[in-house]
Design a protein around this ligand. Structure first.
Ligand SMILES: Nc1ncnc2c1ncn2[C@@H]1O[C@H](COP(=O)(O)OP(=O)(O)OP(=O)(O)O)[C@@H](O)[C@H]1O
Length: 363
């Protein structure tokens, strides 16, 4: 299913038309950046350049002096095998910043690297934030942006960024439902021309799926597997609603809990499905509860447009079938589900001069 309508400007918080002279001058350069800051990945969209390949939301730190020694995918590769005196952290948990200095470092290093050694000058940022973010979390995010030298930062709600990234125009629709299944959080939102109407979130998302697979494999095969192996199983086999799930299997390596030796096992689709079902049923209950709270006037539009699934773990095989079967409303994974929020933030950069600086909240 594809629904193409344009521009979602109405849902953005606009300031004085035209913005300041500094804004206008900044708009001429390529230093406007859209950011989707996730617990698993950071995706960046640079004005006039486009998307930057996503980096893992991981930073490696030297224990003795707190110095950052690696960030992004390079730091993720160190997870679970860091040399003595170095540890890794994930500075964003469940879409909230838990360490803003590390977040600022992560953002800075990604942006500088994407600039390919070009001189990096104080950028203007649009950052996607979850619906219902607390004042403290907003502050942490804005402080991270300030620390990295941003001269203007605008926070926009993720579902609005998703709609912009998909290319939908909220001003021409009564209601749209977005189910964003990320690494640490699943958020379910209904948006209308007036903004977010109903929304709910859960910690049951991609990482919870990995943990459920690790636990089930331990139980069935008496083998301990790592997070990466569990992720491979998740991506390869998917949910029980996936048509091929029962026939398939995939092999991963782990440590036998009986002998303590490394082993290779064949995990079946049935075992993966057993692990994933409770997580997916939890996600479904969130979808159902948001639908139940949605004003009836919006339901017809949601039915027409279908339920849009975004986020990395939204690609789980069978998840769209599950939501379709259980709600009776067609659900589909949007194009570029991992990048759609960053693309939306990138689209919103076009209105940067007119948007209110969220940094004003800090002062
Ligand atoms: N093809 C796939 N099938 C299932 N899961 C996938 C697939 N590709 C990626 N994932 C999962 O998507 C998750 C990351 O998604 P995403 O990058 O949207 O999260 P995030 O935005 O960083 O997290 P959050 O929104 O919770 O802060 C990971 O758990 C990863 O294992």
């Amino acid at each position: 299913m594809s629904t193409k309508i344009k521009g979602v400007k109405n849902n953005l918080q606009l300031s004085m038309p035209g913005g300041s002279l500094v804004d206008w001058l900044g708009g001429l350069g390529a230093e406007d950046i859209g950011v989707d800051l996730g617990s698993s990945n950071v995706v960046i969209y640079i004005k006039n350049q486009g998307l930057v390949f996503p980096e893992s939301s991981v930073v490696a730190v030297r224990e003795k002096n707190g110095e950052f020694v690696a960030s992004g995918t390079r730091a993720e590769e160190m997870e679970g095998r860091t040399p003595k005196g170095i540890y890794t952290i994930r500075p964003i948990k469940e879409s909230a910043i838990v360490d803003y200095r590390a977040t600022a470092h992560l953002l800075n290093s990604i942006i500088n690297q994407s600039y390919l050694k070009r001189m990096f000058f104080h950028p203007r940022l649009i950052i996607c934030v979850p619906v219902g973010i607390t004042g403290v979390q907003r502050r942490a995010l804005l402080e991270a942006a300030f620390t990295m030298g941003a001269r203007k930062t605008v926070l926009i709600e993720q579902p609005i960024a998703s709609l912009m990234g998909i290319g939908l125009d909220a001003s021409h629709m009564e209601g749209a439902m977005i189910v964003d299944v990320g690494g640490g959080t699943t958020s379910v939102s209904v948006a209308s021309v007036h903004g977010i109407v109903v929304s709910d979130y859960s910690r049951m998302a991609g990482m919870a799926m990995d943990q459920a697979i690790i636990a089930r494999v331990r139980e069935v095969y008496k083998v301990e597997i790592g997070r990466k192996a569990a992720e491979l199983v998740k991506i390869a086999l998917g949910a029980r609603w996936h048509i091929d799930n029962r026939k398939r299997s995939t092999s991963v390596c782990g440590t036998s809990l009986v002998t303590g030796l490394p082993v290779k096992i064949e995990v079946t689709g049935k075992v993966a499905a057993e692990a994933l079902t409770p997580v997916l049923e939890h996600i479904f209950r969130k979808v159902r509860s948001v639908l139940q709270k949605t004003p009836p006037a919006l339901l017809a539009d949601i039915r027409d447009h279908g339920i849009m699934i975004t986020g990395g773990a939204g690609q789980l095989k069978g998840l769209d079938q599950m939501i379709t079967n259980l709600t009776g409303i067609p659900a589909y994974v949007v194009e570029h589900p991992l990048y759609v929020n960053a693309i939306g933030a990138g689209t919103a950069l076009g209105y940067m001069n007119d948007l209110r600086d969220s940094m004003q909240d800090l002062r």
